[in-house]
Design a protein around this ligand. Structure first.
Ligand code: C5P
Length: 244
């Protein structure tokens, strides 16, 4: 297999394959926060994020939400559809926390019903500013119809994952997804859905199972990610991928 590097991001590398419609996404152990101001490398983090993303993509596909996911190659490498990515960070919030309560007068842990969908510009130079529909359209990032479709996909994805995670003892507080066009011009969910890109709280204790642990300089990041793997993968899947 041809392993030419196509793109390298903060925590993942994307490689070409012999098929131009498919790429391999390699999840690295690197972790960053605070606009790149805090970085580290944590053993097994890439592996756990791969397994969690693959599982969540499989759940979404089973409920009719299209994703880039094709298959797992190893527990760190995902065979994925090649997408033309839209440079948006699509953020969806069920509970107010994080930057929302820093910027607006919401109460911490306030329930948001309907969920809030927010678009940030994926642009390091401008530090990912929040956008509105007019700015997105004027910058040719996406059309009005694309935005309507992205909102529809995000709402469906949110309701599928809220239900699935709840069954496994986890509250889906908020998340960021990225979307792109597949070869048939459908908008599909790409990138990853993992504890790096979501806030996940234990239903019993309210404790974080996500990157907030790293953002707050607390210990136990990888063991929290490991708990998510143990909670959502079946015993057979854990055995297949040697999860202890
Ligand atoms: O920091 P904030 O509260 O805006 O984050 C909302 C959600 O989006 C969190 O789940 C966070 O992990 C995710 N996010 C992300 N990548 C970013 C910004 C936010 O995955 N660049």
């Amino acid at each position: 297999m041809n392993k030419e590097l196509l793109y390298t991001g903060k925590a993942k590398d994307v490689y070409k394959t012999d098929n131009e419609d498919e790429v391999i996404v390699h999840f690295r152990n690197d972790i960053t926060a605070l606009d790149g101001g805090k970085t580290d490398s944590l053993e097994n983090k890439g592996r756990y994020n791969t397994l969690i993303s693959a599982k969540l993509f499989e759940v979404l596909e089973s409920k009719g939400v299209k994703t880039q996911y094709i298959d797992l190659i190893t527990s760190e490498e995902m065979l994925s559809k090649s997408l033309k990515m839209i440079p948006l960070e699509v953020i969806c919030r069920n509970i107010a926390t994080g930057s929302l309560i820093k910027k607006y007068p919401f109460q911490e842990k306030q329930e948001l019903n309907p969920p809030i969908i927010q678009f940030d510009y994926k642009n390091d130079e401008f530090h990912d500013p929040m956008l509105n529909d007019d700015i997105i359209i004027a910058l040719n990032i996406a059309t009005k119809d694309d935005l309507e479709r992205i909102r529809e996909i995000t709402r469906k994805l949110n309701s599928v994952l809220v239900d699935f995670l709840k069954e496994h003892g986890i509250i889906l507080v908020d998340f960021k997804i990225e979307v792109g066009f597949d070869k048939d011009n459908n908008i599909v969910v790409g990138d990853e859905i993992s504890p790096d890109t979501t806030r996940l709280w234990d239903i019993e204790t309210g404790k974080n199972f996500d990157k907030d642990i790293f953002r707050k300089n607390e210990s136990g990041v990888v063991s929290a990610y490991h708990k998510v793997v143990k909670a959502i993968l079946t015993p057979e899947e854990q055995k297949k991928w040697n999860v202890e």
